[in-house]
Design a protein around this ligand. Structure first.
Ligand code: ACO
Length: 311
């Protein structure tokens, strides 16, 4: 009977139908979605930290309002994605437990420090730029709740990308020191942004199956190339130099060739040895522990109200 169900499922995927939470799905499909959606949710939540670092030091009220809104959006994306993940039969508590115990992965990119204000520009421009390239195809992913979440998330990411690029533009039109600050931020964020899109297709263990299920619609290398092709002209417009001496437009392919990525650095960061992994985890775990009394109070209040209703 499972074979029959599996055939029906495969036929639905072939027809580009959305799979909904109560539909039959292969256990591996469910597990791989829990893996990717929860990693995505954790990334949004941890991703609030590097930028949260600059909210109190934003250079103007306008910059502060925009940054605050962006970080708040990321919290929203995280909660939205946790909800999508819960529809697959995993509880929010389990997901938090996986994050707080260090079992769960989240994006490598958020383990780098934000040293100057220009980092707010570089993150919006590059990190959110890469996120859009990665997430627009996910609006077409086969699992309904994930696909629908991505539509809204992508709209907000687009605002994030623009606010970052505008910070870069302002710095690049400013004093020499400001332009140097923008260049320094690009130097530090460029390579980690390329790594963020995941290992090469040859090293990516999940791509083949995820493409078959239409969870992934584009491979890591395809997304990376698209990101580079889109971003180089934007750097030119800023008058900044991408820190890659091998970067060169290839007339034949119509794409930019680029230098070798330091995959050793990538795996070190993924395994927990990046510059800020420990700091990020302890910030999250402390926030969770320090908020315990709030959760307890909310539960006690809800229970009291429930009892009142019964009485
Ligand atoms: N950081 C940390 N771990 C990573 C990264 C990364 N940048 N890229 C890949 N990995 C991990 C994978 O999670 C996987 O580990 P696992 O088997 O323990 O789960 C392993 O490296 C091998 O990678 P792939 O086989 O390529 O994994 P996958 O097919 O899931 O592709 C990708 C990775 C492209 C990140 C995919 O999961 C995806 O599109 N996720 C949704 C988007 C997302 O999570 N974005 C987070 C940052 S965007 C933002 O928050 C603003």
């Amino acid at each position: 009977e499972v074979k029959n169900l599996e055939e029906i499922f495969e036929a639905r995927i072939a027809r580009d139908e959305k799979i909904e939470p109560k539909d039959w799905m292969p256990e591996k499909y469910r597990q791989t979605h829990i893996r990717q959606i929860s990693q995505h949710a954790h990334s949004e939540i941890i991703g609030m930290l590097p930028e949260g670092n600059w909210i109190t030091r934003a250079p103007s009220l306008r910059r502060k309002a925009a940054l605050l809104a962006k970080v708040q959006d990321e919290a929203g994306h995280g909660l939205y994605l946790y909800s999508a993940c819960e529809t697959l039969g995993v509880s929010r508590d389990e997901l938090y437990e996986q994050l707080h115990s260090g079992k769960a992965k989240y994006s490598s990119i958020f383990n780098y420090p934000t040293i100057t204000w220009a980092d707010m520009g570089a993150i919006g421009w590059l990190v959110d730029g890469a996120a859009i390239i990665n997430q627009v195809p996910l609006c077409n992913t086969s699992f309904g709740p994930y696909a629908r979440a991505m539509v809204r998330v992508c709209k907000e990411e687009s605002f994030h990308q623009r606010q970052g690029y505008e910070i870069m533009l302002t710095l690049c039109r400013g004093t020499e020191e400001q332009k140097a600050m923008a260049q320094d931020a690009l130097n530090r964020w460029w390579w980690p942004s390329l790594m963020m899109l995941g290992p090469t297709d040859a090293e990516s263990v999940h791509t083949e199956q995820s493409m078959k299920w239409k969870l992934k619609r584009k491979s890591n290398d395809e997304l990376r190339q698209q990101f580079i092709d889109q971003t180089v002209p934007q750097a030119d417009l800023l008058g900044l130099t991408i820190p890659d001496p091998d970067l060169k437009f290839n007339e034949e392919t119509g794409h930019y060739d680029f230098g070798e990525i330091d995959w050793d650095e990538f795996w070190q960061v993924v395994k927990g040895h990046g510059p800020c992994n420990k700091e990020r985890m302890s910030a999250r775990v402390n926030a969770w522990n320090n908020g315990e009394w709030v959760r307890d109070a909310a539960m006690a209040y809800a229970e009291k109200n429930e009892k009142r209703k019964v009485a």
